[in-house]
Every structure is written in structure tokens, then in C-alpha cells.
Design a protein around this ligand. Sequence first.
Ligand code: GDG
Length: 503
Amino acid sequence: AVGTGESAGSAPLIVVSNRLPFVLTRDKIGKLRRSHSAGGLVTALGPVVMKCGGLWIGWPGSHDMRPLDEIPEPDTPNSGLKSQQVKAVLVRQELFDSFYNGCCNGTFWPLFHSMPDRAIFSSDTWKAYQEVNEEFALKTIDALRQVHGRLLKEYQNNEDAMPVPVVWIHDYQLMLAAAMIRQVAIEENLTCKLGFFLHIPFPSWDIMRLFPWDDQILEGILACDMVGFHIDDYCTNFIECCQRRLGCRVDHANGNVEYDNRTVHVRPLPIGIPFNHFQQLAFKAPRVMKDERVVLGVDRLDYTKGLVQRIKAFERLLERHPEHLERVVLMQIAVPSRTDVREYKALKEEIDQLVGRINGRFSTADWSPIRYIYGCISQDNLAAFYRDSAVALVTPLRDGMNLVAKEFVACQINETGVLILSPFAGAGGTMREALLVNPYEVDMVSEMIHKALIMDVDERQRRMKLLRSRESSMDVDYWMASFLKEMQLVECAITGPPSSIPV
Ligand code: GDG
């Protein structure tokens, strides 16, 4: 059984995400090892799941299909979920590739970022998506049974006081799982509330309808009681799709969709970052850059991030404002991502060539305009880069939120840096004191970099102070608490005797 006495009273949280909060590998003698992963989601949600005696369900990062009954404990107590709080979803490699590289990243990623020309539609990968979502749903149901068993024991004399478990499903890889979970939960009378958060944009009806099985996606998400998106626009898009495709009655003003005799709550819940953690890193990290004015870009190497346009804009800056030659550098960190997908390989080649051409064109004996790191750097070094850069250039063509913009701000302890931000990132909606620029228009971006580089220090500090104050209060813990509060407010629809609500 999960949980101990410490869990009494609080509702158990079951988190379902594509990846577990750590990677499992086998060493030479076949023993399983955990290696830590340090994303903001893990840092925020991990302790909550631990404390409430909850569970985390996800893929462990390996295709080893041997049973995982001996998932190792975390290295030190309090550093991670106990082994019995984790359920690993094991999927055959071929099926997983078709699901992940095929449907998730070949179809939904470009489509949901409003780049339909890049999306590949295939019934085979869609089938894989359905199958893998089913695997996740089955594991989640197992987890729910386990949690229920424990709660029933704990509350045997006082069932009315029993907290309602919350299942929180994450992201575009798992848009169908809730439908199956709800169906079985109803059949087995497993009281729970279902929530979903999408980390990427939700597209407009015009784009969504291009997906041949769009109704199933909408119904999958609507199987939840509460659905969160980063910003209002994505909520509006989702609600409109439900209305137009499924004929649901909707209430835009209150963010409600009527479906299957239930009200589904749709809420904008902009994600934040572990602000204090990044700020502390910035206080501690030693200097790693030379004495140059740095324009910084940090991204996964992905076509949505607008890297090609950004690098071209920097070239244009050097053409139009030669006073920056030999004084300013563009430091671009590009983290390898989805390297076995053709489009990502092609993008890497394009960037390699572009950087080579521009450096060849402008470099002098002791200066090159672009410093390009294709790889991942430590978070300490990242914090030092954020702290010591003059400008952060966050110019995605489309982005759910964009955490880099927020981490830059958290590390700006001297408050002298300038954030240039795309309005097509979710962050562009709330970080109003940034310099907003359309990333598609190379001239405008180059002029914006120039403006940032010559901005007087008072204005820089005024803008940065406001940005920092917002991000420090609306951090990742605030986001998580807001989501869980919204879950508390929704009525529990899965209660009472078994019934047969069609899903
Ligand atoms: C998805 C949505 C949404 C990057 N380089 C290094 C490094 N990073 C870390 C950053 C940041 C993360 O990667 C990137 O986060 P983003 O938000 O920018 O982008 P996605 O990965 O696309 O995330 C996005 C997010 O989900 C959350 O909802 O904001 O819109 O697409 O945390 O710090 N970390 C280290 N070295 C690097 O070189 N250590």
C-alpha cells in the first residue's frame, strides 16, 4: 500500500505524464538505477505527491521490457518518490516510436503549434497513440485501486470524510487517457476527480479540424472535470472546438463546457518557474563569460523556437548597426532534441551552415559574432549566462508558455538585462514589460536588439523589476496550488453506484 500516516487528510494526487520524474537504466550486472531529472514540474510536483501518499505514472525512459518490480529507492530520503509511489508504463519500442515520434511529435506537435504543413497524418501512428494512451490509463486505474484500498482502510469508520483522489494528466501525449480512466472508474466506483493540463498551445478550430480524429481528442480531454491551459487564448480555442465540432453548450465567460451531462471547467493557469531556485543559483554561480555584451538564446533545437529567423536577425543587426561589431556576441545554446526525427536533423544542418556563414563573414582575429553551443550545459552555468547577458532573445514562432524567458528574469539579480519576447509565446501575454517583437520580421527583430542594447539603465531596471516581481509571486508552486485549488472547486462527478455513462 502507498502512503503512511503523513498522508492522512490530504487528497492523494496521482500524476500521469509521459515521462517519470527520473530515468531508469540498468547497469552492467542488470541492476536498475535511477538517474535524476531536474525539470520545474518534477521539483514542484514531486514533494506534493510524496507527502500526500500519491503516485506518479509514466514511461521510465527505457525500452527494457523486463518487469520493474524492483524500482530502486531514491539515493537519499526526501530526494524523490519512494519506489511504491511510482508506476512505470512499459511499451514495446516499435509501438512507442510510432506513438512518440510518429503521432506526438510528427502530428500533434506541429499541428498544435499551428504549423499544419509540417504535420503528418497517419492512421497507423494514430492507432499507436490510442494503444499507448490505453496503457497509461490501465496503469492509472491500477493506481486508483491501490489508493482507494488504502483510503477505505484509513477511513473505514468515517467514509464521508474520505478525501477524493485527484488524477492530474499532463500534456499532448496523453489526451485520450482520461476517457478510459473515467469509464472504468465509474464501473468500479472508484471515486476521483480528473484534471488535465496542456503544456503546449491549443490551436484554433480551423487548425484542429485538420486532424481526422479531432472529435476523439476533444472527447478525451472532456472526460476530465477540469482542463487547464497556459493562457486565455488557448481556452477560447478549446471551447470553440467543443462547440463547433461536438455541438457542446458552452459558456465562454465562465469557461464552462457542457458535455455528457457534466460541466467541464476550462481555466487559464499560466505555469511559472522555481523562481527562488534560479535566483539562488544566480547569486552563487561564478562568472563563465568573457567581458562582452552578450545577446543570449537558449532553446531546445526545435523549429517552433524560431532559431533560423533569430540568427538572421542578428546578422541584420551587424549589417545595419556596425557599431556592435567586435563588441556584441550572440550566444546561442541549442539543446539537442528529437534527434531521430528527420525535420530536426535538417534544422540542425541549416543552423550549422547559417552560423558558419555568418561567423565567416564577420569574424576578426579575436572576435566571432556567434558562439553556438549544440548541447546541454549545467544549470549553474545556465544561471550565470542568464545573469550576465545584456539581452535575452526569446523569439519562438509559437510556444505554449516559454520558461526560458522566466528563468532569465529570475537570474537577473542586477536587474540590468533586457528581455526581448515573441508575442506568440504564452509568456508574451503576461510579461508585458518585455520588448515584444514579431519573430517572423527579421528587420524588426534586429532593430529591437539594437534598441535593447542602447536602452538606458533606468529603463532597463524599471522593466526588469516589474518582471521579476510578477514571476517571483506567480512561480511554479503558485501554478500548482492554483491547479489543485481549481480541482477542489469542481464537483466530484464519479460517485455513487456503478452506472454506464457512455464516453
Ligand atoms: C514545453 C512547452 C512550456 C534549456 N537548455 C538547457 C536547459 N534548458 C531548460 C530550460 C527550460 C527548459 O529547458 C525549456 O523550457 P521551455 O518552456 O522553453 O520549452 P519546452 O521544452 O518546449 O517546454 C513550453 C513548457 O513545456 C512548460 O509548460 O513553457 O511552451 O513547449 O527550463 O532551463 N537546462 C539546462 N541546460 C541547458 O543547456 N540545464
